[in-house]
Design a protein around this ligand. Sequence first.
Ligand SMILES: Cc1cc2nc3c(=O)[nH]c(=O)nc-3n(C[C@H](O)[C@H](O)[C@H](O)COP(=O)(O)OP(=O)(O)OC[C@H]3O[C@@H](n4cnc5c(N)ncnc54)[C@H](O)[C@@H]3O)c2cc1C
Length: 460
Amino acid sequence: MEINKKSIKKLSSIVGKNFVKVDLEDRICYSYDATNLSYLPDAVVFPRTTQEIAEIIKLANKEKFYVIPRGAGTGMSGGSLPVKGGIVLAMSRFNRILKIDTENLIAVVEPGVVTGVFQKEVERLGLFYPPDPASLNFCTLGGNLAECAGGARAVKYGVTKDYVLGLEAVLGTGDILHTGVETMKGVVGYDLTKLLVGSEGTLGIITKITLRLLPLPEAKQTLLAIFDKLEDATHTVTNIIRSKIIPTTLEYMDKTAVFCVENYLNIGLPTDAEALLLIEVDGEKESVQTKGEKIRIMCLETGARDVEIAKNVEESERLWQARRSVSPAAFKLKPHKVSEDIVVPRTKLPQMIDKIKEIGERYGLTVLTFGHAGDGNIHVNFMIDQQNKDEVSRTHRAVEDLFRATLDLGGTLSGEHGIGITKAPYLSMEIGPIGIDIMKRIKQVFDPNNILNPGKIFVE
Ligand SMILES: Cc1cc2nc3c(=O)[nH]c(=O)nc-3n(C[C@H](O)[C@H](O)[C@H](O)COP(=O)(O)OP(=O)(O)OC[C@H]3O[C@@H](n4cnc5c(N)ncnc54)[C@H](O)[C@@H]3O)c2cc1C
């Protein structure tokens, strides 16, 4: 379904000629995401209004071209890639915060707003939007909704879907749907809001979002626990959760991750350690100190050789910079990575980490693990060189073993990165035929001509 010149002209008349790009260099800029895979779109279109998007989708249905929504292109599963051609719908002009209601604790935003910018804006008003993907300084709220992004604070505060009250979306038919409420409760009809959250741009283009906010916690404390034994670190995670102190974050980095970040940032991380836990607690000043101290003691009792407490905001930021840099720093090891995002019940974390080590050894692969250990969510990165065909083939087999082990332990294939194209071949390992059939029928209702983001979630 390649787009023709006539359609390009019509697109220009909808959004204005400056907002349709067909030059190769522009198309290359919108051809990739964080997976390192690349597919050229036929054109890149920058709409400004919901009405324009509705017209674009109607045109796409009539003239048969695909439409692929894109936020910042930081996705880890290929969701924004035009795998079958068509136009990339870049949402960057939808970048306004429309309302922050400090009395009802809600905000209304456009999907192209950068997550970190939004967080700073609400924090200035003493409010708090907890979902904090490590990419928050560049990813968008629209992309976060489409993937149901998580982040370090999910242990205590949950993920994106827990904060979405309602939205506006243009469906694959061109119809404009309004879902949800601007109230704290609402159970009228099926929950179409939640259905669109996590739908990876396959059911509708999100054009407006109503978000729930919280009061900004009064204080927080950041701790870095250093372990000489990997199993002590994973057992500490399960102990902390079992103790019923729920920290705000409970992040984990293995030795390889620490080595890469230190090489990348040079900030004095202990490269001789086997694992680090980055833990944060928040709340009222006094309770933060009590919780922080309990966690510090617990870490030392379960084998930490040292626990550093950040003395000020700058020190805490330095530690978070280290954690958020793991993904780019990993390329210090090899030019490519196959990045998985599995989750297991938290008590199974030590077993899962052992399994990952075993799988890496079985296939002779360099594996780097880090992630949201407090949620049982581990990012498993097989570091490879894609020119090495044998290494690529071993990695495919390792990924399959990883997924099987995850499911055997009662886990799930993706905690926050979504299915996209990279995990589509494995969907049926977790979702049975009835589930897949219902999902496909839902897709058919929202997007009968398969215009929106084809080739994602399901293998076509
Ligand atoms: C360094 C790094 C760290 C990361 N850390 C985390 C993390 O901690 N937690 C986490 O969850 N993820 C993380 N990610 C993954 C990624 O940042 C998230 O998935 C993010 O939500 C993607 O947002 P985006 O704006 O870049 O979306 P894109 O990558 O552009 O798109 C992602 C998906 O959303 C769809 N989409 C985008 N906008 C819309 C819209 N308006 N309407 C409908 N569909 C739309 C696209 O079609 C695509 O399917 C990380 C990525 C990187 C590179």
